[in-house]
Design a protein around this ligand. Structure first.
Ligand code: MSP
Length: 532
C-alpha cells in the first residue's frame, strides 16, 4: 500500500462535498434477537458511514428488519398473535439494540411498511408485463428454515448444503427469468473485479455461475403461506421473502415513488451493500439480475464480512448454542470500547473467533493502557508544571518531535486510505501504532526530567504528545463517538474532519486542559451473559 502525504489528505477532504455514500446493512430476520454477528454488521456500516460523513460526503445509512415468510407466521401462531402484532413487538429488540449501540441510521426499514409493499407490487408488475416473470408447475426440495428451494444436485443425505431438513414440494409457482441475465452478470463480474470485496468472494460467485443458472421461484401459494406481499397479477400467491427483502434497498430511498425521484437518483448513484458471507448469493446473483431486469444500475460494491465463531469453531448462531448478547457486553465494556473491539478484532472479510478474554485484553491494552496512559501522563504533567494550560511550542521543533510529526502525518493519510479501502480494522492498527510511538517519544524525552533543565523542551514534548492525542481522537471518533467527543472536549479541539483539522500542528496553546476520570477504566474479568 502506498503511503501518501498531505496532498492525499487534502484531495480526500476537498473533492467530496457533492459525493454521496449510501450504505446498507442486511435487514435482519425479525424473529431473532440481535446477537454479536448482527451487531457487527450494523456497527461496521455505522462506522464507515461516519467516516464518509467526516470526509464531507452526503451519507445515508439503512438498516431494518425482514418481516415476512413462513418462520414469522409460525412464530406468531405459536404466540397466538396476528403476524403484524408479533413483528411490531419483535422489531423493538432491534431498534433498542441499535440505539444502545450508538447506531446513527437514517432509515429503519421494515418490509411491512405500506410504501415498501407498494413498490414490491409495482416492480413485480413491471417484470411480469415485460415477460420476465412466468408461471410453471414445479417439484423440488424446500428448506422451510432457509426459505429456499434446492435443486437435486445440492441435496446431501436429504438435507440442504448447510444441513437443514428439506421437504418435497410440488406446486405451481411464478418464476423470475434469472437465467436470461446469467451471461451479462458473468461479464460484469469479470470486468469489475473490485465489485465484490474481498475478491476471493467474487471467485466464489463466478464459480457458482459456472453452472447454468435456473430461474428464481418468486412466489409461494397463499394456501400454504399467507404472510407475505400478494402478487399484483395473481392474488392467490404471495412474494418470496428474498425477492421482497432485496427490494427494500431501493424502496427505502424512493424507487418507483413519483414524489421521491430525486432522492432515488441521488442515493442510488453510489451504493455499498455490507453483508455476511452466508448471504452472498442472494446479493451477488439474485439482486443484480433483478436490477438488470428492472433497468437499474448495479451497486458500487458488495462487501461480504466473515463470521464471529464460537470457541467450538462454529458460526455463532442460536442453533449452535452460545450466542453473545451485545447488550450485556455493552454493560461490561461500555459501548465505545465494544465498538472498538468489534472493528479491531476482525479482519473485514475473514472469520474471527469470539473470545471474551481476548476482547478484555485488547480493550485494556489499546484503550486503557496505550491511549489512556498517554492522556493521563501528559495531563498530569501539564497540571503539575503548567498550571493546567496547554503550553506553547517554539517555532522550530526538535528532531525527535519532527520525527513524531512526520509519523503522524503519514498516519492520517494511511488511515484515510484504509477506510477508503474498507479496512477499518487496519485503520485501528495504524492509529494505535501512532499512539504507541507517542508513548515511546514521551519515554525518550522524559519531560518530567527536562522540566527543571529545559522548560521549553518539556513544553514541546507535552504539546506534541497532546497533538497526537488530538489526531488520534479525531481519527477514532467514528468508532468511539462518545469517548472521543469527551477527549476532544478535554483538549478544546474541534471534532470535525477538515483539511486543517487533519493537519499536524492545529492544537491551540493557551487554553485550559480539562482533566477528568480515566477515559477507559481497566476492565477486570467478568462473565457476560449469553442469549437464551
Ligand atoms: N433477512 C436476511 C437478509 C436480507 S437482506 C435483503 C438475513 N437475515 S439474518 O438475520 O439471518 O442475518 C443477517 C446478517 O447477520 C447476515 O449478514 C449474517 O452474515 C450476519 N450474521 C449472522 N450470524 C453471524 C455471525 N456469527 N458472525 C457475523 N455475522 C453473522 O439473512
Amino acid at each position: 500500500m502506498t503511503v501518501l502525504g498531505a496532498e492525499f489528505t487534502e484531495s480526500r477532504i476537498q473533492d467530496t462535498e457533492t459525493r454521496s455514500f449510501y450504505i446498507t446493512t442486511p435487514i435482519y430476520y425479525v424473529n431473532d434477537k440481535p446477537h454479536i454477528g448482527h451487531a457487527y454488521s450494523t456497527i461496521i456500516a455505522d462506522v464507515l458511514r461516519r467516516y464518509h460523513r467526516l470526509f464531507g460526503e452526503q451519507t445515508f445509512l439503512l438498516t431494518g428488519t425482514d418481516e415476512h415468510g413462513q418462520k414469522v407466521a409460525d412464530a406468531a401462531r405459536a404466540r397466538s398473535l396476528e403476524p403484524q402484532q408479533h413483528v411490531d413487538e419483535m422489531v423493538k429488540n432491534f431498534t433498542k439494540a441499535w440505539e444502545e449501540l450508538g447506531i446513527d441510521y437514517d432509515i429503519f426499514m421494515r418490509t411491512t411498511f405500506t410504501f415498501h409493499k407498494d413498490v414490491v407490487g409495482l416492480a413485480l408488475q413491471k417484470l411480469f408485463t415485460q415477460g420476465d416473470i412466468y408461471k410453471k408447475e414445479y417439484e423440488g426440495w424446500y428448506s422451510i428454515s432457509e426459505e429456499i428451494f434446492y435443486p437435486e444436485k445440492d441435496v446431501i443425505d436429504g438435507k440442504s448444503p448447510s444441513g437443514k431438513p428439506l421437504v418435497r414440494i410440488k406446486e405451481t409457482n411464478y418464476f423470475f427469468r434469472m437465467s436470461a441475465y446469467q451471461e451479462r452478470l458473468i461479464e460484469y463480474l469479470n470486468q469489475n473485479r473490485g465489485w465484490i470485496y474481498p475478491e476471493t468472494r467474487a471467485n466464489e460467485v463466478l464459480g457458482f455461475l459456472k453452472q447454468p443458472l435456473g430461474d428464481l421461484c418468486i412466489s409461494r401459494p397463499k394456501a400454504r403461506l399467507d404472510w407475505g406481499i400478494p402478487l399484483p397479477f395473481d392474488t392467490d400467491f404471495v412474494t418470496y421473502v428474498w425477492f421482497d427483502a432485496l427490494l427494500n434497498y431501493v424502496s427505502a430511498i424512493g424507487y418507483m415513488q413519483s414524489n421521491r425521484t430525486k432522492d432515488f437518483s441521488r442515493w442510488w448513484s453510489r451504493v455499498v451493500h455490507l453483508i455476511g458471507k452466508d448471504i452472498l448469493i442472494p446479493h451477488a446473483v439474485y439482486w443484480p439480475t433483478m436490477l438488470m431486469a428492472l433497468g437499474i444500475s448495479l451497486p458500487e460494491r458488495i462487501i461480504a464480512h466473515g463470521w464471529w465463531l464460537t470457541s467450538g469453531g462454529g458460526k455463532m448462531s442460536k442453533s449452535e448454542g452460545k450466542v453473545v448478547d451485545p447488550l450485556s457486553m455493552k454493560e461490561v465494556f461500555g459501548v465505545d470500547a465494544l465498538r472498538y473491539f468489534l472493528v479491531r478484532g476482525m479482519r473485514l472479510g475473514q472469520d474471527a473467533l469470539f473470545d471474551e478474554q481476548e476482547a478484555i485484553n485488547r480493550i485494556n491494552a489499546d484503550l486503557a493502557n496505550n491511549l489512556g496512559n498517554l492522556l493521563s501522563r501528559t495531563s498530569g504533567l501539564i497540571t503539575k508544571h503548567f498550571e493546567g494550560t496547554i503550553p506553547s511550542v517554539r517555532a522550530t521543533l526538535g528532531a525527535a518531535s519532527e520525527e513524531l510529526a512526520g509519523f503522524a502525518k503519514k498516519t492520517v493519510a494511511l488511515v484515510l486510505e484504509q477506510i477508503e479501502n474498507y479496512s477499518p480494522d487496519l485503520a485501528m492498527e495504524t492509529i494505535m501504532a501512532l499512539v504507541t510511538k507517542a508513548n515511546q517519544y514521551m519515554n525518550e524525552m522524559a519531560p518530567w526530567k527536562a522540566i527543571s533543565s529545559d522548560r521549553d523542551k518539556a513544553a514541546e514534548t507535552l504539546w506534541c504528545s497532546l497533538e497526537v492525542m488530538r489526531l488520534a481522537g479525531l481519527l477514532l471518533s467514528p468508532v468511539m463517538p462518545t469517548k472521543m467527543a469527551e477527549l476532544m472536549n478535554r483538549l478544546n479541539a474541534n471534532l470535525s474532519f477538515s483539511v486543517d483539522s487533519l493537519m499536524w500542528g492545529q492544537l491551540a496553546s493557551g487554553s485550559i486542559l480539562r482533566v477528568g476520570e480515566p477515559l477507559f477504566p481497566k476492565i477486570e474479568h467478568v462473565e457476560t451473559e449469553t442469549l437464551a
